[in-house]
Design a protein around this ligand. Structure first.
Ligand code: ADP
Ligand code: MG
Length: 676
């Protein structure tokens, strides 16, 4: 069977079912096979009476003995009772409001009944059992899929079964690897991930598939890196004006910034395209590094672009760029969703000519009709906010431009190598001097008045305040409510005489800008917002950040939010308000109040949560990882990566062929793959 064929071509899949499958993201047979269960039900069948346990579902083969008369309860429900025999024990099967169920049974026949059996002395009782489950094995493990719409497990099980039956899955890992790591073959793994013949087999299937995913992932990154290193990019000279720019900055670069700038400039000068990640904690001064990099490219006669996730940030960077660079005769444009049509047209026309210039913008930059005549450098700021495709689109606007991605998401050093193994990494590991660490305090919800009174002191001193409420996922109304509710509450109370404004994601960009600008100009003292404020906003006079329902945020995000304050010369505070129901929450809040080091925090978070969620790495399954998790399966990843490296360096013809095969499949994907 060709696994790439449309799911609609399967027997029994009509247009309606096809649509349902599509809703679950299943378009081809392969998609179906890779639609792994989210969980399993461990069913035991036909066990001894003594072993029956009313906490777990069991399947027992019961002989129908008699069908009783329906009973009507006081509340008007009908109870149908059918008596069965199981190994000499009486079983009462009871159904509520399913009077027709009687027709499914014949006295003297055997039926497999699934459900939780309750022991009443020597009898058994089961309520609303499911009839006719196939009891294939002693102990069956039933897959549970994640379901959308009115899809059911039953449909999926039937279809997957049908596909697997007439399919022999060929292996795609080198034999030696399978032997070395005692992995099962792929065919076994796919069959057992859906329909495990036992717990041990399930474990084996999972391990094999995780290895597989992480091996592919490593190969992808390694091959990509090798390819990039083998291609010729643009060579940029170091222009003399770099020294003038450096002298004109209102501050001197920190040692860390200087080192990173040097690393970037070295890449620019080399004949290979740059592919570099700049990691630096919030406030470490990444913007100016990006501006210097763009400056050099423009002075070499090329175009450079900086893409950021929000309009607020685009504006801020634009103004900063103008302030620092315009005196050097650098042409700078701003392109965002709210740029007027006329302006957009003008800017796009200009970009399409080979005028050297810097273009700063949002997603508007990657629209199809934006064509760069000679893009030399593509930068994405706050890269975790972009999907792989978006980042890649930007890069594809040029012919092998240099690529720089910037992130404040701290990734523990031990992991960075694996997560970003195709990128060269620069770390800005020191903050500019004079920054005072943000003092962080945690208040239980009942004590929040105490937290807020500290705020009034700061406002009276002339400072400004951010208040952040969590964005309640998938419920826009709730989101508005939480911000608006808090606004009303505070406006009626402590902030009666204070200028307060609301900011949230559903506002028009222009509206958001106006609000931020009033805040920047110190006309507003307090902004109550959702997490739209998270990335990059820079208002040095703001000295307090209050975070409501702090327990709902990941530590990395709390750290990012906290980075909005402590940007000026003032003593700054972060006040976390929330519940501390569990030990883990308490510990997490402790981590926040005791440290301001993003790397330390992320490492601790990793220990506590043992998951990659906090980095937003799993957000879109970009890496083709379904079962494996880079953070949890680091041990497997290490092996897989090591093997991948060896495979790539091997001269053995068989292995070279395998590498070429993988590389070829990468070519097909490369439009979806990005450089991180
Ligand atoms: P982030 O790394 O979070 O993007 P920014 O680039 O926004 O940080 O910088 C934060 C603040 O630090 C800005 O106000 C910027 O002007 C200032 N800054 C950057 N570099 C230095 C430096 N070397 N000395 C002093 N202030 C600096
Ligand atoms: Mg920034």
């Amino acid at each position: 069977m060709d696994v790439s064929k449309d799911i609609g071509s399967l027997k029994g899949v009509g247009p309606k079912l096809r649509e349902k499958l599509n809703k679950c993201g299943i378009f081809t047979v392969l998609d179906l096979l890779l639609y792994f269960p989210r969980d399993y039900e461990f069913l035991r069948s036909n066990i001894d009476f003594n072993e029956i346990d009313d906490k777990e579902k069991q399947v027992l083969s019961c002989r129908c003995v008699s069908i009783e008369r329906d009973v009507r309860t006081k509340t008007g429900k009908f109870i149908t009772t059918i008596k069965f025999d199981y190994l000499g024990y009486v079983v009462d099967g009871k159904w509520f409001n399913q009077r027709f169920i009687k027709n499914s049974f014949k006295i003297g026949e055997n039926y497999d009944l699934m459900g939780k059996y309750k022991k009443l002395g020597n009898r058994l009782e089961i309520v609303n059992p499911i009839v006719g489950v196939k009891v294939a094995k002693e102990n069956e493990i039933v897959p549970k899929y994640s379901l959308k719409g009115d899809m059911t497990d039953k449909i999926l099980i039937k279809l997957i079964n049908q596909c697997i039956e007439d399919l022999k899955i060929n292996d795609n890992l080198p034999k030696e690897l399978i032997e070395k790591y005692k992995l099962t073959d792929l065919d076994f793994a796919i069959r057992n991930i859906h329909f495990p013949s036992g717990r041990e087999e399930l474990e084996k299937a999972i391990t094999r598939l995780k290895f597989q995913e992480l091996f592919n992932y490593s190969m992808k990154l390694l091959i990509l890196k090798r390819k990039l290193k083998s291609k010729n990019g643009i060579k940029f000279d170091w222009v003399d004006e770099l020294a003038d720019l450096k002298a004109a900055l209102p501050y001197s670069l920190t040692e860390a910034q200087t080192r990173v700038v040097r690393e970037i400039l070295r890449d620019q000068k080399s004949q290979f395209p740059m592919n570099r990640l700049v990691q630096g904690d919030v406030g470490s001064g990444k913007t100016v590094v990006a501006l210097i990099a763009m400056f050099n490219v423009v002075k070499n006669g090329y175009q450079a672009t900086l893409m950021v996730p929000t309009e607020i940030l685009a504006n801020q960077h634009y103004l900063e760029a103008k302030k620092l660079l315009e005196q050097f005769d650098v042409h700078i444009e701003l392109l965002t969703g709210s740029t007027s049509q006329k302006e957009k047209r003008r800017i796009k026309e200009l970009i399409a000519t080979d005028t050297p210039m810097i273009v700063i913008g949002t997603h508007a930059l990657i629209q199809e009709d934006v064509e760069f005549a000679n893009l030399g450098l593509a930068i994405t700021d706050e890269q975790h906010r972009f999907g792989v495709e978006q980042r890649n689109k930007l890069i594809n606007k040029g012919r092998r431009p240099d690529v720089l991605v910037m992130t404040a998401t701290p990734i523990p050093r031990t992991l960075a190598l694996y997560v970003y193994s195709d990128l060269d990494i620069s770390v800005i590991d020191k903050l500019p001097p004079g920054r005072k660490p943000v003092e962080t305090k945690f208040f239980l919800e009942n004590d929040r008045t105490a937290g807020y009174s500290l705020v009034m002191d700061e406002i009276n001193k002339g400072r400004q305040v951010y208040i952040v409420c969590p964005l309640i996922e998938e419920d826009e109304k709730m989101e508005l409510n939480s911000v608006e509710k808090l606004y009303r509450e505070l406006k009626d109370g402590i902030f009666r005489n204070v200028e307060v404004e609301i900011l949230h994601g559903k506002m028009k960009p222009k509206e958001k800008d106006e609000i931020i600008n009033r805040f920047k100009k110190n006309e507003t003292k307090v902004i109550i917002s959702t997490t739209v404020i998270e990335v990059g906003v820079n208002v040095p006079n703001a000295s307090v950040m209050i975070i409501e329902n702090a327990e709902r945020f990941g530590l990395a995000q709390l750290h990012q939010l906290r980075g909005r304050v402590g940007r000026g010369q003032y003593e700054s505070y972060c006040i976390l308000i929330g519940k501390a129901k569990s030990e883990v929450t308490k510990r997490r809040m402790e981590i926040m109040t005791s440290s301001t080091d993003g790397f330390y925090i992320s490492e601790q978070d990793l220990k506590l949560r043992g998951s990659g969620e906090m980095f937003g790495m799993r957000q879109s399954g970009d890496e083709g990882l379904i079962l494996a998790n880079i953070y949890e399966d680091l041990a497997i990843l290490r092996c897989a990566r090591e093997e991948g490296k060896q495979l790539l360096n091997s001269n053995n013809p068989e292995k070279v062929r395998l590498c070429n095969e993988i590389a070829e499949s990468l070519d097909r994907w490369s439009q979806y793959i990005c450089f991180n």
